[in-house]
Design a protein around this ligand. Structure first.
Ligand code: NAD
Length: 438
């Protein structure tokens, strides 16, 4: 089986590498020629555990190829996946220009039957827009008999665990409108779900909606717990206990009940905005999701507010150490990361900032330039700081040497955005501690 994946980012590269691992002949296509040249040399553009091995192994086995030239390879393929970005455009609408550019290229150059699969997260109806665009162009080119199908196959991988998520998915969602498309997608995904066939077929519109609805539900749980945590602080309850109590109810479950300093990343914020907009365009108001977004925006400011509160508003000339910059551990992705909101507010308040992240230091320079100090490790970051602030819970932050920190820090304040430390333990070392919802 020969497939192409257009867009070699987090989703395209992981999908392409994992399909090739199962014996599929995959070509990953991107317009970024530098990225493609680096991939051919085995240089992986993103930090994603386990990815490099699979990419290099399959590239060397000649099952995984990289190209910048979609027209040149298109007519060798049975399936083309579209996995380019769909960032927030004006008013939160998903910007479909990258998706439509790829659809145009396909329409312009295809001359054999093809299955066109949308893997990018797109508003409901987008696959039909692609279908109509391709049909129109093929007709204009005189190829009125040329058959093609469209399908929707949204991706659910989590950055930081993407390879494992792709290789052993909870389920695979596929929207199709023909038996041929269903058979091709079954053939492609069967190796991933051999023992328990977890591919859920449905119509295309429902498939596109499933992706948005899933992200919206997860974001809702996060904002709900952040609201509960903030109330816990005000009434003297401990959200860690509340979370455990709630999570043991089988109707609720334990996942996604962790309060923190807000959700970020390349998916939740933009997908929530896009779904609100999809609803608006359909004449419906998503009241719950609007509140989810509002709570999240407020929560992203909470670490700064705690810092400000601790120093009674007198922040100018202080120094803050920030541990963790990526929007979550095990990734270098900083898109819409809570750390960015925090650091920008600190800088505006005249606070010097010393940062450390195990993977995102290079990415951080892109967002924050020379406005902050880039430390070599957690202790370098904490050296001389008035407060230690933790927006991201990387494992290596969980058991630091508090005695060393006590010696090297100027003031002994810890603001814990992910509730990874124990208040009593820190108090025993002489630190003032502030978590979320405790
Ligand atoms: N990142 C995630 O965790 C995740 C998870 C599930 C779904 N998604 C969705 O998947 C889609 C892709 O996300 P991502 O994070 O992989 O994006 P990304 O920004 O990491 O990668 C997109 C890639 O597409 C390339 N590209 C843009 N236009 C192109 C064109 N015309 N031809 C070829 N390549 C082109 C870019 O150069 C880039 O390398 C988005 O819709 C996103 O919402 C992302």
């Amino acid at each position: 089986m020969k497939i192409a994946i257009v867009g070699t980012g987090y989703v395209g590269l992981v999908s392409g590498a994992c399909f090739s691992e199962m014996g599929v002949d995959v070509t990953c296509v991107d317009i970024d020629s530098e990225k493609i040249e680096r991939l051919k040399k085995g240089i992986i553009p993103i930090y994603e555990p386990g990815l490099k091995n699979i990419v290099v192994r399959n590239y060397e086995a000649d099952r995984l190829h990289f190209s910048t030239d979609l027209p040149a390879i298109l007519n060798d393929m049975e399936i083309v996946f579209i996995a380019v970005g769909t960032p927030s455009g004006k008013d939160g609408t998903a910007d479909l220009s990258y998706v439509m550019t790829v659809a145009n290229t396909i329409a312009e150059h295809m001359s054999k039957p093809l299955l066109i699969v949308t893997k990018s997260t797109v508003p409901v109806g987008t696959s039909y827009r692609i279908r109509d665009l391709v049909r129109k162009r093929l007709d204009e080119r005189g190829l009125t008999d040329l058959r093609f199908d469209v399908a929707s196959n949204p991706e659910f991988l989590k950055e930081g665990a993407a390879v494992n998520d792709f290789m052993s998915p909870d389920r695979v969602i596929v929207g199709v409108e023909s038996e041929e498309a269903k058979n091709l997608m079954t053939k492609l995904y069967r190796p991933f779900v051999l023992n328990n066939f977890r591919v859920i077929f449905m119509d295309i519109l429902s498939s596109e909606m499933t992706k948005y609805a899933s992200n919206a539900m997860l974001a809702t749980r996060i904002s709900f717990m952040n609201d509960i945590a903030n109330l816990c602080e005000r009434v003297g309850a401990d959200v860690n206990m509340v979370r455990r109590g709630m999570g043991s109810d089988s109707r609720i479950g334990r996942s996604f009940l962790y309060p923190g300093c807000g959700y970020g990343g390349s998916c939740f914020p933009k997908d929530i905005r896009a779904l609100i907009k999809v609803a608006e365009d359909a004449g419906y108001e998503m009241n719950v999701l609007k509140a989810v977004e509002e709570v999240n925006n407020r929560q992203k400011d909470i670490l700064f507010q705690k810092f400000k509160h601790h120093f009674n508003g007198k922040m100018e000339g202080r120094t803050a150490a920030v541990w963790g910059l990526s929007f979550k551990p095990e990734t270098d992705d900083m898109r819409e990361a809570p750390s960015l909101t925090l650091i920008r507010s600190l800088r505006e308040a005249g606070v010097s900032v010393r940062v450390y992240d195990p993977a995102a230091m290079q990415e951080a320079r892109y967002y924050l330039n020379d406005s902050i100090y880039y430390a070599t490790d957690i202790y370098d970051a904490a050296n001389g700081a008035d407060a230690l602030i933790v927006p991201t819970e990387w494992k290596e932050f969980r058991l630091p040497n508090w005695s060393i920190l006590k010696k090297i820090m100027n003031n002994h304040v810890v603001i814990d955005g992910r509730n990874i430390y124990n208040m009593e333990e820190l108090a025993s070392y002489g630190f003032a501690y502030s978590g979320i919802g405790q």
